[in-house]
Design a binder for this molecule. Structure first.
Ligand code: NOJ
Length: 572
């Protein structure tokens, strides 16, 4: 019987994380936008929930073309979010409560308003020219066009023409986010300096944005399908060999000496093998990587209406389990359902007819795995996707470009285009946190800049805390089990074993550690399901989402979305 291994023990393995999108978290100064002091004011809330690590999305000075991922100054705070002093107070007060802080470290690009880029575009011999990736245009039929046909993540070409020097710069996100040239050692030095300065201020680690994209393939056209002008070919700028050289240098000079946590965002582009290359215990690169493989295990791409969404449970189990198995002895994983770039968990995999049961079940299914959980703000109260009514509801640059894309395909059907863009829109996850049923959901005292979901009177933090059997209390309980309970070691260090891989309704797994076993049973179904308990003797029950448990002659009878965690003895 394979048992979990306590291979390496690091502070961040025993943490429970919480992701904050500052713009929509809490507005402390009545300007309609969330801010740093708003996070500080809610530290007791986070402490009460039990999390002890917060990842805060960018709050740096920025023109906000991509809500802060377009950084203009790495050493300053955007006016709407506060000041450097506010950040220092936040770090201090978080640390007083034992809460560590992880910041976004944006390595792939800057804003086009960053002083480096302003210099770089001035002339071909400017000292900052090579901070970015410049290329001459290609002449085709007497016309100058982009150096390659590569598409960008936010639509259109991955190159943008700049008149000043009659050349193109690479930008795999928006035109206002020129890509840094990591081949240039001066860029590496400058970004290492950024990290060191933030660590000196007392932060505890980084979530590294778009980390797999720091190297580029040779500039040759990508294969275009269906007459596409700018095909988005991830292989041209993802997981290429030099990225590992850059990360090894960062590890040696920044991560290792500070013992900080470094979590890379490897997006949808990294296979499990490349995930291991980045973050296996012996990789000398990153502590963990966020992958997105489990984010889309449903028919989202085929349907136009949320009611038609259906989770592919077998696929979901396969994906989670393959990462769990591959990393078992070799590395550590962050555990998150979805983040600020994706729809809301309740809307993606939950069931509006059974919000409490399905929400709790999803939380249990994830939090009992091996890794460090990250809760996305609002997930703990079951916030849902926004009911978009018009394209003007979108703020996110990629949602607007997705709407245009769908409208181009269906010019006579703007409603369809809106629905398609809405289902995946990143704005779903960026609505104001619903703190109470007061005006504007208690997020602000003035009309908020982020959207406020109309369901806030029913779904809000105040209500969730008041109600003893709420989703919020379920999350708190799961966090407590992981951090300070008699089964903490089992949850932290136990090996993972998927049971019944082909069952399309139940997701059941075992965790084993030092002769003890945890049996985690989750039904993803509205219909009644069963599970055979005869191979086990139940030693205790730790989690449930119904008031009682129904066992009849060693068969467990599961109601819609029932979820149970037993400590068991395995009868062999
Ligand atoms: C990933 C971030 O999560 C996303 O919000 C951002 O748009 C891109 N990287 C570009 O920085």
């Amino acid at each position: 019987m394979k048992e979990g291994l306590r291979v390496i023990e690091k502070w961040w393995m025993k943490s429970v994380g919480y992701q904050i999108y500052p713009k929509s978290f809490y507005d402390s100064n009545a300007d309609g936008i969330g801010d740093i002091n708003g996070i500080r004011e809610k530290l007791d809330y986070l402490n009460d929930l039990g999390v002890n690590l917060i990842w805060i999305c960018p709050f740096y000075d920025s023109p906000m073309d991509d809500n802060g991922y377009d950084v203009r100054n790495f050493f300053d705070v955007a006016k709407e979010f506060g000041s450097m002093d506010d950040v220092k107070h936040l770090i201090e007060e978080a640390h007083q409560r034992g809460i560590k802080i992880v910041l976004d470290y944006v390595l792939n690009h800057t804003s086009d308003e960053h002083p480096w880029f302003i210099e770089s575009r001035q002339s071909k011999d400017n000292p900052y020219r090579d901070y970015y990736i410049w290329h001459e245009g290609k002449i085709v039929d007497g016309k100058k066009i982009e150096p390659t046909n590569w598409g960008s993540f936010f639509g259109g070409s991955a190159w943008n023409y700049d008149e000043m020097t009659d050349s193109y710069y690479m930008k795999i996100f928006s035109n206002k986010m020129p890509d840094l040239n990591w081949k240039n050692v001066a860029v590496q030095d400058a970004m290492i300096d950024v990290a060191k300065q933030w660590l000196n201020l007392g932060i505890d680690g980084f979530r590294i944005d778009a980390v797999s994209h720091l190297d580029r393939a040779p500039f040759e056209d990508a294969t275009a399908h269906d007459g596409e002008k700018y095909p988005l070919d991830w292989y041209k700028f993802s997981n290429l060999p030099k990225v590992h050289d850059y990360l090894k240098r960062l590890h040696e000079e920044v991560f290792k000496p500070s013992d900080c946590v470094a979590i890379g965002e490897v997006g949808g582009s990294a296979s499990i093998d490349s995930g291991l290359l980045y973050s296996a215990f012996d990789s000398n690169e990153l502590s963990m990587v966020f992958n997105f493989d489990h984010n889309w295990c449903n028919n989202l791409h085929e349907v136009n209406h949320p009611k038609k969404l259906k989770t592919n449970v077998i696929d979901l189990k396969r994906v989670f389990s393959s990462w769990q198995y591959a990393f078992e002895e070799r590395g550590w994983l962050p555990l998150n359902w979805l983040n600020h770039d994706q729809p809301r968990l309740m809307s993606q995999y939950g069931d509006y007819k059974y919000p409490l049961q399905s929400g709790k079940m999803l939380a249990t299914a994830l939090h009992m795995m091996r890794g460090t959980p990250f809760i996305y703000q609002g997930e703990e109260i079951g916030m849902t996707n926004y009911p978009f009514e018009d394209v003007s509801d979108f703020n996110d640059i990629s949602s607007i470009s997705s709407y245009r894309y769908h409208l181009e395909k269906n010019p006579d059907d703007p409603v369809l285009a809106l629905r398609k863009a809405a289902l995946r829109s990143r704005d779903n996850a960026r609505t104001a946190i619903q703190w109470s049923n007061d005006l504007y959901a208690g997020f602000s005292t003035v009309k908020p800049i982020p959207l406020v979901h109309p369901n806030y009177k029913k779904v809000n933090v105040e209500q969730s805390i008041k109600q003893q059997d709420s989703l919020w209390h379920h999350y708190k309980h799961l966090i407590h089990l992981r951090r300070q309970s008699e089964i903490s070691d089992l949850i932290l260090w136990g090996s993972y074993h998927l049971l019944d891989a082909d069952n399309p309704h139940n997701y059941v797994y075992l965790r084993r550690y030092q002769g003890e076993s945890l049996l985690v049973i989750n039904s993803f179904s509205r219909k009644k399901q069963t599970f055979d308990l005869s191979p086990y003797t139940i030693m205790g029950q730790y989690v449930t989402n119904y008031p009682d448990t129904r066992i009849n002659k060693q068969t467990l009878h599961l109601r819609p979305y029932e979820s149970i965690v037993f400590k068991v003895k395995e009868n062999v």
